[in-house]
Ligand binder design. Structure first.
Ligand code: ADP
Length: 488
């Protein structure tokens, strides 16, 4: 087992206008190592004044007098250079992310850092591919009509703590490709890798003011960003509770917003499924990142004829995952992000048990780090909070069904306020297509437990939010069409 030493932390400052910026006040937020509960550093607690400075830098970069045009090919080159710079420091980023977010270093090396690099490269390509349209007008006379695609303006981006670096790359990539200037507020628990990314960006040809980072609390820095009159659009990923507040504020201001929120994604397993592949996919979906993934498949709806076999296989995979400190090379399941999250997850499991659910595997671990075992609850009912609400922990709720009627199966899956993702395991193409038709979710995966391809749009329906990120739709969301009509 190798235990890397502490990585060098970025300073407790914001990154505004291409340089480190002294916060306007002296308040800081402690950075905790979730594996030990120890404080390893601090970040600045940004204020409305810091947000104002960052928005002003962004506004100046886009609209200031005498500014140089940032052409599409330059944006592409800068994003590619940033991806190369992250790749050249991949180990440093992996260690920073692992320490800050409690991610097993193994995962940070193979998922978070390569994912961030791939996202930047994917979005770089879009900078030179965005186009408008020309129209043939029917109005009498001679006309030329076209709709040009312009950057929407300064955008505020608010990121959660579960995938800090990849989340930041997926937010800045499309916005910068579209020509928008960004003010990004990382989650207060996990700001380190984003600060390092901003520092690198200024060395990679991203003009000063196009990528600004202000760290701080949601209720202060986050709310100030949402409320700022010079911010044209907010892109938020996080809880439904906070997303609702942000969407309300944006509605009042007639400000564009995209909100990618919580999920309680169903996993349907039909009796003909390949149970070994299903068990692996389901375990990965709910246990990876210690269950702290918006699209985690957390409600297992499985045909009664195979439930015992499947649960046994998933439990065996969970039990085989090495739980330990995030910096340990052997660790496959790190801690939850915080003590608050640990008690929240424990609360869901305990209340389900009190209502008659059976703890088939796992449960909380006590100690200084915020560890929680891969957990399976059976004998659950649809009314339990553990089944209704997003837990954001490694907890799978299992409910068997007897029917083979696709309407009835889909009704069980759709019986949720959320609609982020849905998973189906079957070898029958007709059942798979029939369920795709019926499932109310932004993403449906057939015989797959997860994994991101940046070409695929992601987002939710119902309480999981609106708007799409990634893919063409995700880039176009940072643009606005301007209709131009010319008489000749
Ligand atoms: P969690 O409760 O899991 O931390 P949140 O949805 O509250 O999830 O947090 C996601 C992101 O939203 C974080 O960056 C957080 O700081 C930010 N945030 C929280 N509250 C607000 C708010 N009122 N306005 C803007 N951003 C907020």
């Amino acid at each position: 087992m190798s235990q890397p030493g502490l990585p060098v932390l970025p300073p407790a400052r914001h990154h505004i206008g291409g340089i480190w910026a002294q916060p306007s006040g002296g308040e800081t937020i402690a950075v905790e190592d979730p594996s030990t509960g120890q404080i390893v550093g601090d970040v600045a607690a940004g204020s409305a004044a810091d947000i104002d400075a960052a928005v002003s830098a962004a506004h100046h970069a886009m609209y200031g007098a005498g500014r140089a045009r940032w052409a599409p090919a330059q944006r592409q080159a800068a994003l590619l250079a940033l991806a190369d710079a992250v790749e050249a420091r991949a180990e440093e980023f992996a260690r920073l992310e692992s320490l800050d977010a409690g991610k097993p270093i193994f995962n940070a090396r193979i998922v978070d850092v390569p994912g961030a690099i791939a996202a930047l490269r994917y979005f770089a390509g879009w900078a030179t591919k965005l186009t408008g349209e020309t129209m043939e007008l029917s109005t009498p006379g001679n006309w030329h009509g076209h709709a040009r695609r312009e950057p929407v303006g300064v955008v505020g981006q608010i990121v959660p703590w579960n995938y800090p670096l990849m989340g930041a790359a997926c937010k800045i990539g499309p916005a910068l490709a579209a020509g928008c200037a960004v003010v990004l507020k990382p989650a207060e628990q996990t700001s380190l890798s984003t600060l390092r990314l901003a520092e690198l960006a200024s060395e990679c040809g991203i003009p000063a003011g196009y990528f600004n980072v202000v760290t701080g609390l949601g209720a202060e820095a986050g709310a100030a960003l949402v409320e700022h009159p010079d911010v044209a659009k907010i892109s938020f990923t996080g809880s439904t509770l906070t997303g609702r507040r942000i969407a309300e504020s944006c509605g009042r201001q007639i400000k564009r917003c995209t909100v990618e929120l919580g999920g309680k994604s169903p996993v349907i397993v039909l009796p003909d499924a390949d149970l070994e592949s299903a068990a692996r996919g389901i375990a990965t979906s709910i246990f990876f990142n210690t269950g702290q993934t918006c699209s985690a498949g957390s409600r297992l709806l499985v045909h009664a004829s195979v439930v015992a076999d499947l649960v046994e296989r998933i439990a065996a995979i969970g039990a085989s995952m090495t739980i330990g400190a995030s910096g340990d090379a052997d660790t496959r399941l790190g801690p939850l992000i915080s003590a608050a999250q640990h008690s929240r997850v424990s609360g869901f499991v305990e209340s389900a048990q009190a209502q008659g659910a059976h703890l088939a595997a796992g449960g909380a671990l006590s100690g200084k780090g915020h560890f929680f075992r891969p957990t399976i609850l059976t004998d659950v009912t649809a009314q339990m909070a553990a089944v209704e609400e997003e837990i954001f922990g490694p907890v799978l709720c299992v409910a068997p069904f007897e029917t083979s009627d696709l309407d009835e199966i889909a009704a069980l899956a759709n019986d949720s306020a959320y609609g982020l993702a849905a998973y189906v395991w079957t070898r029958d193409i007709t059942d798979a297509l029939g369920l795709i038709d019926r499932l109310r979710a932004g993403t449906v995966r057939i015989n797959s437990g997860g994994g991101n391809d940046f070409s695929m749009p992601v987002g939710g329906v119902k309480q999981s939010g609106f708007g799409r990120e990634n893919g063409r739709a995700g880039v176009e969301a940072y643009t606005e069409l301007k209709s131009v009509t010319m008489a000749y």
